[in-house]
Design a protein around this ligand. Sequence first.
Ligand code: SF4
Length: 306
Amino acid sequence: MAPASCALCPRLCRADRAAGATGICGADDTLRVARAALHMWEEPPISGEAGSGTIFFSGCSLKCVFCQNHEISTGNFGLKIEPERLVQIMLELQDQGALNINLVTATHYAHLLPWAIGRAREEGLSIPIVYNTSGYELERAVRDLGDLVDVWLTDYKYASPDLAAKLSNVRDYPDVARRGLAQMCREIRRRGGIEYDEHGTMLQGMIVRHLVLPGHADDSCRVLDAVWDVAGDVPISVMNQYTPNEGMRVAGGNLARAVTDEEYEHVLDHADDLGFTTLFWQEGGTVDESFTPAFDTTGVLRAADA
Ligand code: SF4
């Protein structure tokens, strides 16, 4: 059942979701999913050759002005399903050969995860659970999921509170992300550290992601400083796939363009200088269809109901 005074994320907006009210994230008392399918373009330890079983949840507690998935994050696009269907979806993705179950932006549905993951495990789910998050997570939320989540695939978006306030409307993002990351590190250490299988697929651990924003390479370097300070030499993914959406193109300024090679190299050099030994980086520039799959409700309904 949805919380009556929701405090699942750092917004702490206290929406009475149990009574059908909608929180800042767009979630109410229903469960909505926009897509559930294999995805080949996560980092190699996540997607491997076979693909990651991604489940894109509707809604998001951040409101990033440059979001590439705005139809589902702010538009709340998706189909309403019952929690039992979420269990079936996980098992179907495993049957399709997924290396893991990749829960994309599930923060506002965290109340359902213990039951859904537990039930799926009882019914034969044996692959890792990846928790794919904006990084805007409460420490206690991370702790509560510590035994359920095998791999934390977490963004670390900003070092500057001003930038976080301007672009995602959350001034406390840097502080929250820092605490959340520290808790993720504690959870993984408690479970014995990072583990891979013989093919290099991550079975347990974390990857910290950072999207470089045009005109903000210096903030990216401060993000890397923070990650190094909190987590040390963790696998890190520095991305240059920023692509201006319609709103950003109209607004003009730095965020109306792509990241330059010089900006990206500046950030990658800084990651090297800090000492990160597992660094994922991108050869392409702006985003293409493969990075943003069609949110067409693939895999959300039972085949018989679709
Ligand atoms: S998860 Fe949604 S409803 Fe709950 S506190 Fe966060 S924004 Fe509010």
